[in-house]
Design a protein around this ligand. Structure first.
Ligand code: FES
Ligand code: FES
Length: 156
């Protein structure tokens, strides 16, 4: 049975077994490669996407759990139709020159957008809590924090 998915506003049917990780459906079946594979064990956050607005680890989410839900990937928040929060976050990421190697950054951005959609004026504790599952081997954490605060100001 094909699995029906809505990704970035578009409906898809994919011939994947129900336990296939959503990450592989996004990358291999739908050919959206902005979402990255890091640990495969829900430990690093590189694979973060939104499911009905909540950040989830797509490496450890079986595709069957995503059926009927709205999935948003980094490609979805990069479009001109992206939300004001998504645009503010991406502008702030540029302004603060957050990115080093870039590998973790789509996951970082997805977590930051989910945080600011829910909490437009986050405290340091809110940021720590929302971003603690996103690891950056290049140690860009201070710039990420600065960019989240900058995006929050842009949205005021
Ligand atoms: S690849 Fe999913 S959390 Fe690391
Ligand atoms: S920018 Fe290199 S891992 Fe985060």
């Amino acid at each position: 049975m094909p699995v029906k998915l809505n990704v970035n506003g578009a409906d898809h049917q994919v011939d994947a077994t129900p336990d296939t990780p959503l990450l592989w459906v996004i990358r291999d079946y739908l050919e959206m490669t902005g979402t990255k594979f890091g640990c495969g064990m829900a430990l690093c956050g590189a694979c973060t996407v939104h499911m009905d607005g909540q950040p989830i680890r797509s490496c450890s989410t079986p595709v069957q759990l995503a059926a009927g839900k709205k999935i948003t990937t980094i490609e979805g928040v990069s479009s001109t139709a992206a939300s004001p929060v998504a645009k503010a976050v991406q502008q702030a990421w540029n302004d603060e020159q957050v990115v080093q190697c870039g590998y973790c950054q789509s996951g970082q951005i997805m977590s930051a957008i989910a945080l600011l959609e829910k909490t437009p004026k986050p405290t340091d504790a809110d940021i720590d809590s929302a971003m603690s599952g996103n690891i950056c081997r290049c140690n860009t954490y201070q710039r990420i924090r600065g960019a989240i605060k900058d995006a929050s100001k842009k949205l005021a």
